[in-house]
Design a protein around this ligand. Structure first.
Ligand code: ADP
Length: 519
């Protein structure tokens, strides 16, 4: 059967060989095992179910939360001569009935269905009567409450599927690779460890950059001037930011499309189409844009503000360079971004445990912005991929590696200050003590009597804050979870204090923004 899969790959899709993980995934599916495929964005997940769907008897049901994508995928299959259809709320009642009848008559090899279809008795009753090859969950992380895009309605499909007696296998596909999400999907869909296929997460045509301490607008203006004819996406944190930045680009004479949930469906469609067809080279958007957009020549993704999690970041950044050509993923960091994300966590109706989990993810995202280790390695580590340890030689940190200085002594001063403060305070207060600030709160806690008070007074509080953030990001210091994380020593801190470990830092020029704020 695998030979058949290979023939289909070559004759229908025109590709000479499988990509990493595709063969194994197809093998499990064709043996009718419940299967989970975890591959980065652009890794080729669609073929993993399309080829088995063509090779196997019965109709393949593809469940996708992305209505906009269904039509594209169906069109693409039909262009290859493969009978496929979709059924979702964008169709009239008549059209839905017509398609249901044709599905029942076995006319389609593929049926793409939106989640809400599984609440329809008519749809479920047809599903119960037809021979099914398998059911595939695209963007499967949406069923996990640990995922960054949990959709309760998506999760409830699991129960509906149980009402359909003869589904030979269920396939889940996602680009989210964190352990808790994977475990959750496995439990919900009854997937054995042996049938989880995880490919390496490295995208070696992507260069990651973190930019700190620069005026974001100035940066974008000069970047865009240098990349005028390249296609790219600028992600903003809010709709307001997207509106303002798109206007600004227009004023600078650059043609930008914009996309966010505050626009009408028509406006969004027009913007998306202008971008996909290269009529507008740049898209300014919130995270509402992009899931399922298959535009191969996106040369850069700029994050105008830091997202809340590494999962969200890597998924959005991963939309660059699907064609395998070199592309840049740039994150513009400012401390206010952290405040916004904390605010969003506080405002959310989640319980305390879920909030703590979000704060942990946010801390990992902040550490990405403050680490001076290889950014690619940091990402791969985060997703549990241990293949790269040397450094990628193309991220902004690797580029600066030669210019590092030994800051062990300074680190020892900071760490001993944290210790003397009883490990009960956060970054702001620690920076104030080291600076020797006259702040009244500091006197109230008698922190001005410590021997480390004013020990690094030659630095500004902002610079000290950056140094401490760096020590946290490099795991020379730990933080407690929560809104106001207190600093704590860990094993690495002890090694540094004992002089057993050297601390290297790229320090010049010190990237501190004017409006730094570590509260
Ligand atoms: P994902 O869903 O994982 O983000 P897609 O399924 O959209 O990725 O695939 C990304 C691109 O890679 C598509 O243009 C697809 O045609 C192409 N692709 C998939 N498999 C292969 C392969 N074996 N060889 C070459 N290109 C492939």
């Amino acid at each position: 059967m695998l030979e058949q899969a290979e023939t289909i790959l070559k004759t229908y899709f025109g590709y000479p060989s499988f990509r990493s993980g595709q063969r194994q995934t197809m093998e499990h599916i064709m043996e009718k095992k419940n299967t989970l495929a975890v591959m980065p964005t652009g890794g080729g997940k669609s073929l993993c179910y399309q080829i088995p769907g063509m090779a196997m008897d019965g109709t393949a049901i593809i469940i996708s939360p992305l209505i906009s994508l269904m039509k594209d995928q169906v069109d693409a299959l039909e262009a290859l001569g493969i009978p496929a259809t979709y059924i979702n709320s964008s169709l009239t009642g008549d059209e839905q009935n017509k398609r249901l009848k044709a599905i029942e008559a076995g006319e389609y090899q593929f049926v793409y269905a939106a989640p809400e279809r599984f609440e329809s008795a008519a749809f479920l009753s047809v599903m119960k009567r037809i021979p099914i090859a398998f059911a595939a969950f695209d963007e499967a992380h949406c069923i996990s409450q640990w995922g960054h895009d949990f959709r309760p309605s998506y999760r409830s499909i699991v129960n509906s599927l149980e009402q359909i007696p003869d589904i030979p296998a269920i396939i889940a596909l996602t680009a989210t690779a964190t352990e808790d999400v994977i475990a959750d999907i496995q439990t919900l869909l009854n997937i054995h460890d042996d049938h989880v296929v995880k490919t390496g997460f490295e995208r070696d045509n992507l260069s990651f950059h973190v930019v700190k301490g620069k005026n974001k607008q100035t940066y974008i203006r000069s970047f865009m001037n240098e990349h005028r004819h390249e296609s790219g996406i600028i992600y903003t944190a809010t709709r307001k930011q997207a509106d303002a930045l798109a206007d600004q680009l227009e004023r600078w004479g650059m043609a930008a499309a914009k996309y966010h949930a505050g626009l009408t469906e028509d406006e969004r469609k027009t913007a998306q189409s202008a971008f996909i067809h290269d009529e507008k080279t740049v898209m300014v958007a919130t995270n509402a844009f992009g899931m399922g957009i298959d535009k191969s020549n996106v040369r850069f993704i700029i994050h105008y503000a830091m997202p809340m999690t590494m999962e969200a970041y890597y998924q959005e950044a991963g939309r660059a360079g699907r064609d395998g050509e070199h592309s840049d993923c740039i994150l513009l960091f400012s401390p206010q971004d952290v405040q916004l994300q904390k605010f969003l966590i506080e405002q959310s109706p989640m319980d305390d445990a879920a909030k703590q989990s979000d704060y942990r993810k946010l801390q990992a995202m902040m550490n990405y912005c403050h680490t001076q280790s290889c950014l690619t390695s940091y990402i791969l580590d985060y997703f549990g991929d241990v293949s790269n340890r040397e450094g990628c030689n193309r991220c902004s940190n690797c580029e600066h590696r030669q210019e590092r200085v030994d800051i062990t002594e300074e680190a020892q001063m900071i760490l001993s200050c944290v210790k003397r403060m009883g490990e009960r305070f956060g970054i702001t207060m620690t920076a104030k003590v080291l600076k020797g600030s006259g702040d009244s709160r500091l006197r109230r806690f008698r922190l001005d009597t410590l021997s480390t008070y004013g020990l690094l007074s030659a630095y500004t509080e902002k610079q000290l804050g950056e140094r401490i953030q760096f020590l946290v990001a490099e795991q020379f210091l730990a933080t407690a979870d929560g809104k106001y994380p207190t600093l704590q020593l860990n094993e690495n801190s002890v090694d540094v204090l004992k002089g057993k470990q050297t601390v290297w830092m790229y320090t010049a020029p010190i990237p501190v923004s004017e409006d730094a704020d570590y509260r």
